[in-house]
Design a protein around this ligand. Structure first.
Ligand SMILES: [Zn+2]
Length: 256
């Protein structure tokens, strides 16, 4: 499965700086004082990159040519696991909301590349310990089940010790709107006993955000919500057993 077309077809203009204002100022606040240059891997349409570019020497890297058109800093069209730039050419490697989208082999390659490009720091932001099954959708054409925003994995702060053994974590924090975790056992049961269009309740995702493209067959469709009492019961039960957590996890690391 290659997601390249999905990201070319994605409506990048919908992702705007105003939606991420608070997050961007937190990112800038956390960047160490001795950082002058940054490589932003998986920069998308430059919503963060362009702001970083106002005070740092920044190169944005993304595999979507469509997204890169909106990036105003230096930029490079490349996949996160193969970036043709010299070793240690940036003070900090930065990557925001990329790692959760990567398959195992690409993730390993992306980690290798961000290690190789950065001289001193690595700064990663990902969704905070989310359960990607919570936003499961089933394609009505090919029946493939996938996470609506294409998140394939989730991360806890402790995962970064294992992923970056050559670095020490200098700070982590969670940030953003508090969203409810979904208990994985409850989700498994819910997905077994309720129809796919009832998996994501209306209050999680309004009708206008239900447009999606299947990563397997590229069928574009609106995943309309269908009320189901069992699914709704599971959601209510989950509210009792699962906590709310801030949506984002920020991890700043320094070479040992
Ligand atoms: Zn499909």
């Amino acid at each position: 499965m290659d997601n390249k077309n999905i990201y070319e077809k994605f409506d990048w203009s919908a992702l705007q700086e105003s939606h991420l204002k608070e997050k961007i100022s937190k990112v800038i606040e956390m960047i160490p004082d001795d950082v002058k240059s940054i490589v932003d891997i998986g920069c998308g349409n430059g919503v963060i990159t362009n702001v970083l570019g106002l005070q740092y020497r920044v190169t944005g890297v993304d595999r979507s040519e469509h997204a890169l058109r909106m990036v105003k800093t230096e930029k490079l069209n490349a996949s996160a696991d193969h970036i043709p730039l010299p070793d240690h050419s940036f003070d900090m490697g930065f990557s925001s909301e990329l790692f959760e989208h990567l398959k195992d082999d690409v993730l390993q390659g992306a980690i290798r590349e961000i290690n190789r490009l950065s001289k001193k720091y690595i700064f990663i932001t990902v969704p905070n310990d989310e359960n990607p099954d919570k936003l499961s959708i089933q394609c009505p054409e090919c029946k493939y089940t996938y996470n609506s925003p294409n998140h394939l994995r989730s991360f806890k702060p402790t995962d970064f010790h294992r992923l970056f053994p050559e670095h020490k974590i200098i700070s982590t924090f969670t940030f953003g709107t508090r969203v409810r975790y979904y208990n994985s056992h409850l989700l498994t049961i819910k997905k077994r006993i309720s129809p796919p269009r009832s998996w994501i309740p209306n209050y999680w995702m309004p009708e206008n955000k239900r447009q999606t493209i299947c990563p397997k067959c590229e069928h574009k469709f609106v995943n309309r919500y269908q009320f189901n009492p069992i699914a709704t019961f599971m959601d209510i039960f989950n509210v009792i057993v699962s906590p709310k957590k801030p949506y984002w996890l920020f991890v700043l690391m320094e070479k040992k």
